[in-house]
Design a protein around this ligand. Structure first.
Ligand code: MN
Ligand code: MN
Length: 242
């Protein structure tokens, strides 16, 4: 059951409206990493979740994201409202100006309509939680970039709040993932094939302007078997080359 309370989760103030910045803000309203996507992803994952504790987490955060949607929508609306008034402002976002009369709609910053294709809903809790950790990380960096593109103090303040909450959510999802007690590489029920799982294929080879082979914990130590250029293996075997 949903209920709406007639106040914003965070106060939104805008000094001078900036329609071009308002259009950028739509990325977090109706975009791939935006608040509607977050709200729907977590809420629908929650519908599918049979684990009562993690279902509660998903519904709590999914619902908070709807409150974020209201905040970012209000902020975008304040910046885009003048598109209804002057030709120069309308040029900042013709779609919002002409079809929306200066009101926001569920588009991203390029006018692409919101789509459920943005959502990552797997029906497997450890996979969903990883999707959510990544989604929060993406939302955080989009907010950071938005903050860097405005000088309006009120806008920066609201965006800083929204950005901060994404890290809070990221922490909650990480803790929920840890608390499942599964190993970091344990996904689903079926184990991977031993041996193959530890092979690192050196598939980008040679040395040139585009770089050279480098080693790190992603391909050496900790059980890794470094397999040299599998695509060329037959050729190298035939020539005796290494
Ligand atoms: Mn959010
Ligand atoms: Mn979030």
């Amino acid at each position: 059951m949903y209920h709406h309370v007639k106040k914003l989760m965070y106060t939104v103030r805008v000094g001078t409206p900036d329609p071009r910045f308002g259009r950028m803000l739509l990325e977090q309203f109706g975009g791939a990493n935006g608040e509607l996507a977050a709200a729907m992803q977590y809420s629908i994952q929650g519908l599918n979740c049979d684990d009562p504790a993690r279902k509660d987490l998903l519904m709590d955060i999914g619902t908070e994201e709807l409150s974020h949607l209201e905040v970012i929508g209000t902020l975008a609306r304040l910046h885009l409202k003048p598109t209804n008034v002057t030709r120069s402002a309308a040029e900042a976002d013709p779609l919002i100006a002409i079809c929306g009369g200066g009101g926001v709609n569920l588009f991203n910053s390029q006018g692409n309509p919101w789509t459920a294709d943005y959502l990552k809903i797997s029906g497997q809790i450890e996979v969903d939680l990883r999707n959510n950790i990544a989604a929060e990380a993406r939302a955080k960096i989009v907010y950071e970039r938005l903050i860097d593109f405005t000088d309006d103090a009120g806008s920066k303040d609201a965006l800083q709040f929204l950005m901060t909450r994404e890290i809070t959510h990221m922490k909650a999802f990480m803790k929920a993932l840890d608390s499942l007690g599964k190993g970091a590489l344990e996904i689903g029920a079926r184990p991977p094939t031993p041996g193959v799982v530890d092979q690192y294929f050196n598939d980008s080879t040679g040395e040139g302007d585009a770089g050279k082979d480098l080693r790190g914990p992603w391909n050496q130590g900790d059980g890794w078997e470094f397999v040299e250029a599998p695509a060329f293996k037959d050729l190298m075997d035939a020539s005796g080359a290494r």
